[in-house]
Every structure is written in structure tokens, then in C-alpha cells.
Ligand binder design. Structure first.
Ligand code: SF4
Length: 200
């Protein structure tokens, strides 16, 4: 049997024995088909990562003092994705569950954009203006502070505090907001009970 020199080494029996002609022919056809330019569907060609052509902005996760770096992708004036920055020496592209949810906090159809107020004993929410809400909060904080403010304890120690107001913040309050809250509520109003998730 004559060995066909056009076949690759793989077309031979592992021990060097030439393959039968019919088998060599099949192997040749397979090799030829495999070497062709592969066809792609239109859908395959048009597939692309969602951040293709997006503009990249670097930012910092606002939620705690670790300061993880973020890549914010913007397309057509809208934020389309937020990911950890792989070049950051702090987080190396990773984000904790809170940080990795930054995009969902920012772009979310369920996000409330109006003040909702439920009056005492009411069974429904009312939409109010931000000015109305700010005025209500200011008046109630002032009234409660005036009624509960303690300058000195019975033993004479000066405390200048109120135990009648508390502040409970959520994870979406950022570092700067927490700083301002602590400064105003503690130093300004004398509120003792201030708590927030983002205080690593
Ligand atoms: S909240 Fe998480 S992702 Fe954000 S800075 Fe802190 S550790 Fe990093």
C-alpha cells in the first residue's frame, strides 16, 4: 500500500502503519472542512458586550470607607453598567454585595422619586412635595428636641443631649451623607442614637 504524503501525521495509525485509502480519504475531507473559514450567522457577528462603545468613567463606591474603585459605563448619556475596577489596588475589580448592586440602586424603575407620606392612622400614602416634607421634618425635630433636651444629668454632669430623636440610616446613604448626618445630628442637635450600615 502506497502512503499518501499529503495527509498529516494524525492520519496514520499510531504505530506508523498507513491507514486504508478509504479512511485516509475521510480524514482528508475532514481536515479540509476544518480548515475552511467558518460561517457565522448575522446574530453571531452582531453579538457584542453591552459595554462596547460605552464611555468609561472611574468612580469610587460611595457606601463605605474601604473606597473600592468603580468603572461606570455611560452610553447615550445614560449609565448602562457599573463594575469593579480591575486596576484598583484596593479592590482589584471585586466589589462586595452592596457595591456590586450600585447599578441597581442607581438605575431602577422601582426607585421612588417623590415624597410619600402616610398620616397617622391613615391606610394610604399621599404624594407630597419635597418642600412640604422638609418643613414637616424641621418642625417636628425642633419640637421634639425642645421637649426632650437635657443640659445636665441629676448628678450635675453636663450632657447637652436628647434621647427623644434617633437616626437610622440605610446602606444607600453614602460616606459623605453619613459624615454630614453625624456632624449635624450629634454635634448640632445633641442626638445620641445614630446608626447606619455603612460605617466600616
Ligand atoms: S461597600 Fe463594598 S464595594 Fe463599596 S467600598 Fe465598601 S467594601 Fe467596597
Amino acid at each position: 500500500m502506497q502512503e499518501r504524503t499529503s495527509l498529516p501525521v494524525g492520519a496514520r495509525h499510531p504505530q506508523g502503519v498507513p491507514l486504508p485509502d478509504v479512511l485516509q480519504s475521510v480524514v482528508s475531507q475532514i481536515m479540509e472542512v476544518g480548515s475552511r473559514v467558518q460561517p457565522f450567522s448575522v446574530e453571531s457577528v452582531e453579538k457584542a458586550p453591552r459595554i462596547r462603545d460605552a464611555k468609561l468613567f472611574h468612580s469610587v463606591c460611595p457606601y463605605c470607607a474601604v473606597g473600592c474603585s468603580l468603572n461606570v459605563y455611560v452610553k447615550d448619556g445614560k449609565v448602562i453598567d457599573i463594575e469593579g475596577d480591575p486596576n484598583s489596588p484596593i479592590n482589584r475589580g471585586t466589589l462586595c454585595p452592596k457595591g456590586s448592586a450600585t447599578f441597581q440602586y442607581t438605575v431602577n424603575p422601582s426607585r421612588l422619586t417623590q415624597v410619600l407620606y402616610r398620616a397617622p392612622y391613615s391606610d394610604h400614602w399621599e404624594t407630597k412635595s419635597l418642600d412640604w416634607a422638609m418643613e414637616q421634618i424641621a418642625q417636628r425635630v425642633k419640637k421634639t428636641r425642645d421637649e426632650t433636651f437635657v443640659e445636665r444629668l441629676p448628678d450635675g454632669r453636663e450632657v447637652n443631649h436628647t434621647l427623644g430623636i434617633a437616626s437610622l440610616g440605610g446602606a444607600t446613604l453614602d460616606v459623605e451623607e453619613n459624615y454630614l448626618m453625624k456632624k449635624l445630628f450629634s454635634g448640632g442637635f445633641g442626638i445620641v442614637s445614630i446608626e447606619n450600615q455603612a460605617r466600616i
